[in-house]
Ligand binder design. Structure first.
Ligand code: DX5
Ligand code: ZN
Length: 225
């Protein structure tokens, strides 16, 4: 398994009038950027959609980790794939047939991730932690819908539980955590087993986003050595 802790900035906290500028700020430090899509139904907020993803695809080579917080993910896999997403993560709460949805995402040549709301029983993820069943599992550590919330302490046990399920099954899927991660807790998040660490406000509301990513990565990696 690739054991490196990597910070994946969420553009939800970037300046939407200056997305290109903000993406350039982190490019030297990041392989991937996280894109939050909200529909006002699954979550009580709206964010951005397909045209914005298409536009920013033209200005950066970073991998697009698209997080769909929408009730009908099946309908939007293809548009977001065409817009330039490299990975699509949907919420397990939002589909009746997650296996078919993963197949659909993969058939378009993308990686497929499964996200889970803090209120959902973590054991529903077991089938997706089997070898080859998914490419990423995303544990939400805030209620989805808004940036700048506080990390829920209950997420540590959930991260550990998913880490164990992945390891017990020999799965190489990435373990992602999303919400409330910053310099004062990334050590514990990484030690619990997460490697793909989404951070919005901690990165983009800081004075020097690239330096913040370097610091987060260092703290995270130091904590697992
Ligand atoms: C929340 C989003 C997160 C959010 C994280 O619903 O899925 O990706 O941008 O923001 P911070 O890091 O500020 O909690
Ligand atoms: Zn997200």
């Amino acid at each position: 398994m690739n054991n490196e802790v990597k910070t994946v900035p969420s553009i939800l906290s970037a300046d939407f009038a200056n997305l290109e500028r903000d993406l350039k700020k982190i490019e030297s430090e990041c392989e991937s950027v996280h894109i939050d899509i909200m529909d006002g139904h699954y979550v009580p907020n709206l964010s951005i959609g397909v045209p914005v993803v298409k536009s920013i695809r033209k200005v950066t080579g970073m991998t697009f980790d698209t997080h769909l917080m929408i009730t009908n993910p099946e309908d939007f896999v293809e548009p977001f794939a065409k817009a330039g997403s490299d990975m699509i993560t949907f919420h397990i709460e939002c589909t009746d047939d997650p296996v078919a949805l993963i197949d659909k995402i993969r058939s378009l040549g993308l990686k497929a991730g499964v996200a889970i709301h803090p209120d959902t029983d973590i054991n529903v993820l077991e089938p997706f932690c089997r070898k080859g069943a998914s490419d990423l599992i995303l544990v939400m550590s805030v209620n989805p819908g808004f940036g700048e919330q506080s990390f829920m302490e209950g997420a540590y046990d959930r991260i550990r539980a998913v880490r164990k399920m992945l390891d017990d099954n020999g799965s190489s899927a990435l373990l992602a955590v999303d919400g409330g991660v910053r310099k004062d807790n990334i050590d514990k998040v990484a030690a619990a087993g997460a490697r793909h660490i989404v951070a919005g406000s901690a990165v983009f509301k800081s004075e020097d986003p690239a330096a913040t990513v370097r610091d987060l990565n260092k703290i995270g990696n130091d904590s697992i050595r």
